[in-house]
Design a binder for this molecule. Structure first.
Ligand SMILES: [Fe+2]
Length: 348
């Protein structure tokens, strides 16, 4: 496995680059905007293809690199389903997996620091975001933080992992880089409490100043979804309502870009074909499945995904590849469902 822990000094943020092999797919956890060029040169140097950029939660102390990485690499942006970020390509829920080629991380919902906080587990390590820090825990006094929920997340989820599990947090301000579940159980001063009430009392009396970047970072992190507006301006988007009129027509090919797990969980628009986003380049180049479908049948290619982000990127790429009829459903299946469009359960 390729594993890199990267540090942003200004905000004390750790970001993690993961891949199963040189030349393969990679994902990055908690990237920082100012460091995006550094991540991308490392990705190039290791001959990786960045396919997912993930935030453990909505950060208040730095601007996320998710939007910039998406714009530069067309990767999928990922957060938990509770996120209030306007558009994230893919939303995960407790019990699901975060996957790339050769790697699968178990997703657990660990609210408390914020109400959209998640941790990601591998057999030997856990990425804890700001839920569990090294000899500390993430503050719970803003962004719907809740010390009681955090106690549950830490004591009933994270501390139940094997003691040897490596702990990789999203921040450190003292120079520590890694810990273990066993060490934190024994030595984390915030965890030496006798009850949930004692923990709540402790967390409610920290009296911390707000992060310096908070007023800038939170609004910026809420607005990452700029790609769709530009696609709509170019006339390459249809509303969910318009899509319903087009869906049954014989001259329209509806293309679902989501992953299998998303199709199983949220259902599919009847009659659509499955062409997952990671295979897009192969499908839209001359000779590719979608390129041939469009040119041989004259069908209009109508992409959709979960929220319209991946499909907006797909439209742009397909247009660049010469598929002039390519368009997408603005807002994705989410908008389709809200407009009372029907979905059927995917058989696989
Ligand atoms: Fe945080």
């Amino acid at each position: 496995m390729i594993f890199r822990q990267l540090f942003d000094q200004t905000s004390g943020t750790y970001s993690y680059l993961l891949a199963s092999r040189r030349g393969g797919e990679a994902l990055i956890i908690d990237p920082v905007l100012e460091k995006v060029d550094r991540y991308l040169s490392l990705v190039r140097e290791l001959d990786l293809k960045l396919v997912k950029a993930v935030d453990t939660h909505m950060h208040a102390d730095h601007i996320t690199g998710l939007g910039a990485l998406r714009d530069k690499t067309h990767c999928i942006t990922v957060m938990g389903e509770q996120t209030k970020a306007d558009v994230v390509s893919m939303r995960l829920a407790d019990g699901e997996q975060l996957t790339i080629e050769g790697l699968a991380l178990d997703v657990i919902y660990t609210p408390g620091h914020t109400d959209d906080s998640y941790s990601f587990i591998m057999p030997d390590r856990v990425f804890t975001g700001d839920t569990l820090l090294i000899r500390g825990t993430g503050r719970t006094d803003f962004q719907n933080g809740d010390p009681r929920a955090q106690y549950e997340s830490i004591f009933n989820k994270l501390l139940r992992l094997p003691e040897s599990t490596l702990v990789f947090p999203a921040h450190d301000y003292k120079g520590d880089t890694v810990s273990t579940i066993g060490e934190e159980k024994a030595f984390n001063p915030r965890l030496q409490v006798k009850s949930v009430d004692q923990y709540v009392e402790l967390m409610n009396n920290l009296n911390l100043p707000n992060p310096k970047m908070m007023d800038v970072a939170v609004p910026a992190n809420l607005r990452q979804g700029l790609a769709q507006d530009e696609i709509a301006r170019r006339g390459w988007a249809v509303t969910a309502q318009q899509a319903m009129g087009l869906a049954g027509q014989s001259n329209v090919a509806l293309i679902d870009l989501r992953e299998r797990s998303e199709r199983e969980k949220h259902g599919v628009i009847p009659g659509s074909l499955h062409a997952p986003y990671p295979d897009l380049q192969e499908n839209i180049r001359a000779g590719g499945m979608l390129h041939e479908l469009a040119s041989a049948t004259g069908k209009r290619i109508l992409f959709y995904c979960a929220f319209g982000e991946r499909s907006a990127m797909a439209v742009r790429a397909a247009q660049d590849a010469g598929i002039a009829s390519a368009c997408h459903i603005h807002g994705g299946v989410d908008a389709w469902r809200r407009a009372n469009g029907c979905v059927s359960v995917s058989s696989r």
